[in-house]
Design a protein. Sequence first.
Length: 254
Amino acid sequence: MLSIVLIGTGNVAQQFYEAMGNKNGIKIIQVIGRNKKKLTPFANCPETSTDFKHIYDADIYIIAVNDDSINTVSQHFTNKSGLVVHTSGSMPLSVLADSVRRGVFYPLQTISKERRIDFSEVPICIEAESSEDYELLRELANTISDQVQTMTSEQRKSVHLAAVFVNNFTNHLYHIGNEICDEAGVPFKILNPLILETAKKATQDNILNAQTGPAVRNDKLTMKKHLALLNNKDYRDIYSVLSNSIRKTHEKKL
Ligand SMILES: NC(=O)c1ccc[n+]([C@@H]2O[C@H](COP(=O)([O-])OP(=O)(O)OC[C@H]3O[C@@H](n4cnc5c(N)ncnc54)[C@H](OP(=O)(O)O)[C@@H]3O)[C@@H](O)[C@H]2O)c1
């Protein structure tokens, strides 16, 4: 039985709690958070606490806090013998206090408190400093996911950057599209089939060949009309930067 202490009460902590809480071979023995109210969703855990000085002994400590606070929080574990991991894509393993057994347990997915995640299809990218710790993390990852991946800190940094492009930036573009539809009095939902087909193409076909639209065709008049329709300067800049990038990419290809 692997004993786990979860640190943090946000998106990742809550979803890991849900996913690991009912798995055979894992027991979450304590959840620690700095805000008492935010511990409410973990009320059926044997112990919840705001006291970072009284942390239970466990096999694995999962630090699921803001990237900038990982190092500070990891300093609370310097007298512990268990494995201490963080869950960040962009932070190296070395951000953890160097006197602890260190590892990384990064779920490659967009995770919100409100939306239940099926972790079985989510790649869990793991890293450790010894083969013994690696095996321990693999055992934990295998209980929730069928997609366990070994990844160095350098590789994870690049994967995280790619994830920002395919998820964070795309989501912002959906937001802009939503605003444009609102202004025109057309429901954004009308674009749902297009959004889904784009995602399907990106996961199933050659991405470069899948590109369509005025930029790849170099339809200058259409692009000029689109720019004239946009009142927001940031959106005009985004339109121009992306259109130029598409154009250059496809000129290179030809
Ligand atoms: N969400 C995702 O899509 C996702 C996906 C993969 C990996 N990750 C990684 O998972 C980690 C957590 O992300 P999240 O989305 O769960 O963040 P979040 O929802 O913002 O939660 C962050 C948690 O950290 C706590 N915290 C922040 N600074 C702290 C400090 N100095 N001391 C103690 N607790 C502190 C917050 O407490 P308060 O509520 O009191 O502020 C909160 O419980 C990050 O490293 C992130 O990169 C996130």
